[in-house]
Design a binder for this molecule. Structure first.
Ligand code: TRP
Length: 334
């Protein structure tokens, strides 16, 4: 039997090529080896997104983006967290076994408190602006994971603490009832994923405003690529491909022969940054064109997209219900 792998996707807008190479592509690869369950963490997003229109459309954009990027809903159970009410029942049960002290130690909460302190807040005020959704975020995340008997959770380093908390909570439940009520999940830290440089050379990130969007129309895509910052080397000067972020980006999209050929042109001199950007645009557009077309097709028919997610939820709910029932029985609430 294949192992179960599960991961949650926070619906944040403007998917970019950093998301594609850093998250979507590796997760799609992994889904071929595992019995994979991927979901849109829309109730997690509610903690920070209070504009209904924005949240509603971001959920669809991200779902369409992952499908367009290669996620196969026949092969992966793909659903929205909010479609599985059992997750929230399990969250309540997990709460009874989660010490408040554990939540006090969560990075996201501590960061928010520290920010308040830096802004001169003292005593109870250090909790200002922090909602209970943020404070209890790790419990909901533990429920997401545990409810599907997940073996492994592929996540970035920043999420490892959350997985450890899920382990702690599940272990104290198993210890209390003297039986393995819940499966203990393991983190699979996604290493070796490409760090994608942004337009300004820093890591590509929405918060830096340096992204190359995944689904922009061709014209916008070209304009964006032309905005990549370069040094003032003249056309004639030989250029070092290894220190050029244009070339680092090119490597993600081009095959070995193309990379070698372009590296030679860099080193020979006579190629300006404008030409280098045009070469980059060509290979980026080659990969993104079919992805963009699929994305546009999904976004043009939201009811059909929602149906895909609902079908995922239909497959997921019986699995979730079985875990909740097992726990309720162990707890005496049956
Ligand atoms: N917290 C994760 C993030 O910020 C998203 C997430 C929610 C998640 N629930 C999950 C990831 C369960 C893995 C498993 O990216």
């Amino acid at each position: 039997m294949k192992k179960i792998s599960l991961t949650g996707i926070k619906p944040t807008g403007d998917l970019h090529i950093g998301n594609y190479f850093g998250a979507i592509k590796p997760a799609v690869e992994l889904s071929k080896e595992y019995d994979a369950r991927y979901f849109i963490a829309d109730y997690h997003a509610l903690n920070s997104m209070k504009d209904p229109k924005e949240l509603n459309s971001t959920i669809r954009q991200v779902a369409a983006g992952w499908l367009a990027g290669g996620l196969d809903p026949e092969n992966v159970i793909f659903y929205r967290q909010s479609s599985i009410p059992e997750i929230f029942e399990l969250t309540t049960m997990l709460m009874a076994f989660t010490s408040k002290g554990l939540m006090n130690r969560a990075h996201a909460y501590k960061d928010a408190v520290n920010k308040n302190k830096e802004n001169g807040k003292i005593d109870e005020e250090t909790d200002s602006g922090i909602n209970m959704g943020l404070f209890t975020y790790p419990v909901l995340m533990a429920a997401d994971i545990i409810i599907f008997d997940s073996d492994v959770v592929p996540v970035g380093k920043d999420q490892v603490q959350h997985i450890e908390m899920a382990q702690d909570i599940a272990q104290s439940i198993n210890a209390n009832y003297g039986q393995q009520v819940l499966k203990i999940p393991q983190a699979a830290v996604v290493e070796n994923v490409a760090v994608v440089p942004g337009l300004d050379g820093r890591k590509m990130s929405k918060s830096y405003g340096n992204i190359i969007p995944l689904f922009a129309p061709e014209k916008t895509l070209r304009k964006t690529i032309m905005r990549i910052t370069t040094n003032s080397q003249s056309v004639e000067e030989p250029k070092d491909p290894d220190t050029s972020q244009i070339f680092q980006l090119y490597k993600l999209f081009a095959d070995q022969n193309e990379q070698a050929a372009l590296a030679n042109r860099y080193r020979a001199g006579g190629m300006g940054w404008g030409d280098a950007k045009e070469e980059l645009f060509q290979v980026v557009n080659r990969l993104l064109t079919p992805i963009r077309e699929r994305y546009d097709t999904y976004m043009a028919d939201i009811p059909a997209l929602d149906k895909i997610l609902e079908q995922g939820a239909r497959k997921a709910r019986p699995i979730a219900a079985a875990t909740v029932n097992r726990f309720r029985k162990a707890a005496g609430i049956d």
